[in-house]
Design a protein around this ligand. Structure first.
Ligand SMILES: Nc1ncnc2c1ncn2[C@@H]1O[C@H](COP(=O)(O)OP(=O)(O)O)[C@@H](O)[C@H]1O
Ligand SMILES: [Mg+2]
Length: 613
């Protein structure tokens, strides 16, 4: 179960450092090529088509108020005028309006394929990269945080693309078109005043949005903290009940929530202030332009239609401008999210294949640990000078107190980590010189804590070889003494095992883990206390089967119960990362050291248990 600290400290992430202009350019350089997919002619045509539609939509949009003006001017000529002209103009007005909207919809539709493809490629790339990263990275990271980073990053890209392409660029285009129209019909002063107001508005908005960011950031931090506490208390549901700590959990949550409320109020106040400033600028601009137009009409050098047209333009531009603050903030947020996602992509794995590393050739599976020393964090030594050999087809067992480094040896052999000193080789090939893929192909691991996928039993066993037939899966289940258990389940092989396999008992999970390794059928086997959660009778049955499976295969057995490894070719006794005794069962008993003491302790415990039965 995760510790309380792990989650709640994740809630206290550092605020985003903010992006420089260069970062932003960098991001655009990564994102924009996605919209111009190399070698995909059809998609490029779509992009061009979408851009064409934007142009049409904007031209139509700008034409609407012009029609409006013509209609009014035509009507204004008096009752005697031919009615056909205004009718034609009204229809033109309707066509322009509909055209502008239809073009927008078709554009989204046409562009969806380009957009979705880009997002698919990105998330695929990120997931692939995350799988390539080392175990160390994944143990240090919270999976929830990772998936959020991917989700936010791809959403950020979607937002960036759609707003840049479909809102910001077209709005700028529209502004220029409108300025052109105003200049054409009236004089330069209208266009100049309008552009000035908009620029002023833009600067003000960018500035106030930045000012507001610290409030929002604080709000988000508090929000995450509250959420982390809520989720953590739910993840630890059972523990909360064991200690009757519901009230404690609620108080912790409420404390975080009330901090959030304060931050949210600060944020809202800043938003209201910023919005008032914005509307002051916009209204001031509108009033100024309308006044100019009113004077124009009064002075007789402007028609009523022109007055109405200007008003229509101002209202039309008002809507996108009103959203500018929101867009600006979201753009920055998207950039930050994208940056964080790309930072994940820059993360290097500590275990990497050497350039041109060959595959591990199939051999007998002769494993050699040569003076291996290892530490997870570079400070606390875990293994010291460990040397041993598993000759091809032999069985070597490791025993020792918990925390002594037994599982670590298995992880090093599987190359989840590289040792700081010494080397590990299989059939004479240093495992650092072959591909990880081929190395792992050759090794089957039944781990100490088997974790299952949230799917059916059949799926979890079949995971050992994804193309396995139903028969092969049943056979593997038989080897792991699972058949009887599965036969008793109402849904049989189709029983779902729950999140991480939590609906199965520890022993059942272990047996599923054994079955899938049997199915994988590797050259080398590692059993890390593979039967420790089983009662001694089931253990005895499985041991028999495991022995059959591992016959003539090199096998590393990490054992808890010594009775299961009596016949190992060599037994290593590990204590605080050192091999302190080694030899066959008989030899170790004769030595009367640690092993012999442990053996006698377990014997008497077992005898007691038998008496109890
Ligand atoms: N990822 C890790 N980072 C830091 N320390 C670890 C890590 N995994 C295990 N350890 C520590 O290394 C020691 C050996 O662990 P392990 O090999 O799992 O012991 P065991 O002999 O019980 O299998 C333990 O003290 C454990 O706390
Ligand atoms: Mg262990």
């Amino acid at each position: 179960m995760r510790s309380l600290w792990a989650l709640s400290s994740a809630g206290r992430e550092k605020p985003d450092p903010g992006l420089t202009f260069r970062d932003q350019v960098q991001i655009m350089r990564r994102v924009l090529p996605l919209l111009w997919p190399e070698g995909e002619r059809a998609l490029k045509v779509r992009v061009l088509f979408a851009l064409g539609l934007i142009l049409i939509a904007k031209v139509a949009n700008v034409a609407v108020p012009i029609f409006y003006k013509w209609v009014i001017d035509a009507l204004g000529t008096g009752p005697g005028a031919a009615v056909a002209i205004p009718v034609a103009l009204v229809i033109g007005y309707g066509v322009a309006r509909t055209g502008a909207q239809a073009a927008g919809e078709i554009r989204d539709w046409v562009f969806a394929k380009v957009n979705e493809r880009a997002l698919r490629l990105i998330s695929l790339g990120v997931l692939k990269h995350l799988h390539a990263l080392s175990l160390r990275f994944h143990l240090d990271r919270q999976t929830g945080g990772l998936s959020r980073a991917i989700e936010r990053g791809t959403e950020g890209i979607e937002f960036l693309v759609s707003f840049l392409l479909f809102h910001i660029a077209p709005t700028v285009l529209e502004l220029l078109l409108v300025a052109g129209v105003l200049w054409h019909y009236f004089d330069l002063s209208y266009a100049a005043v309008m552009l000035f107001v908009i620029l002023f508005y833009g600067f003000y908005t960018a500035f106030s949005t930045r000012w507001r960011m610290k409030f929002r950031r604080e709000m988000n931090v508090q929000d995450r903290e509250a959420n982390a506490r809520a989720i953590d208390s739910l993840l630890n549901y059972e523990t909360v009940k064991y200690f009757n700590n519901e009230a404690h959990e609620l108080a912790r949550f409420d404390e975080a929530k009330s901090d959030y409320v304060e931050a949210a109020i600060d944020s809202q106040r800043s938003l209201s202030l910023a919005n008032m400033g914005q509307s002051l600028i916009l209204s001031g601009g509108i009033v100024a332009v309308m006044l100019m137009a009113a004077y124009g009409v009064a002075a007789g050098n402007m028609t009523i239609g022109a007055f109405v047209m200007i008003n229509a333009y101002l209202l039309q531009l008002y809507a996108p401008l009103n959203m500018f603050g929101w867009i600006y903030r979201n753009l920055r947020q998207s950039m930050t999210d994208i940056e964080q996602m790309y930072r994940l992509l820059e993360e290097r794995a500590d275990v990497e294949d050497r350039a041109d590393a060959p595959a591990l050739p199939a051999g007998g599976g002769h494993v050699v640990f040569d003076n291996v020393s290892f530490s997870y964090d570079g400070r606390r030594p875990i293994l010291r000078d460990v040397s041993f050999e598993i000759p091809a087809g032999h069985r070597v067992a490791i025993v020792g107190a918990t925390g002594g480094g037994k599982s670590t040896i298995a992880r090093l052999l599987f190359r989840f980590y590289d040792p700081q000193e010494g080397s590990i080789s299989i059939d004479g090939h240093d495992i650092r010189d072959v591909t990880q893929d081929s190395l792992r192909q050759a090794i089957g691991v039944v781990p100490q804590d088997a974790v299952l996928f949230n799917d059916t039993i059949a799926y979890n066993i079949g995971y050992g070889r994804t193309d396995a037939s139903q028969d092969a899966i049943a056979q593997a289940a038989d080897h792991a003494e699972l058949s009887d258990f599965i036969a008793r389940l109402p849904d049989g092989y189709e029983t779902r095992v729950g999140e991480r396999g939590l609906k199965l008992s520890g022993g059942e999970k272990q047996r599923v883990a054994i079955a899938r390794v049997v199915l994988k059928n590797p050259e080398l086997l590692i059993f890390d206390e593979a039967t420790s959660s089983l009662d001694s009778r089931t253990e005895h049955e499985i041991q028999k089967n495991l022995r059959a499976v591992s016959a003539n295969r090199s096998t590393l057995v990490i054992a808890h119960r010594l009775s299961t490894i009596i016949d190992a070719d060599e037994i290593l006794v590990l204590s605080e990362g050192r091999v302190v005794e080694r030899g066959t069962h008989e030899k170790l008993l004769a030595q009367a050291g640690n092993y012999a003491a442990l053996w006698h302790r377990q014997r008497s415990a077992a005898q007691l248990a038998e008496v109890a039965e």
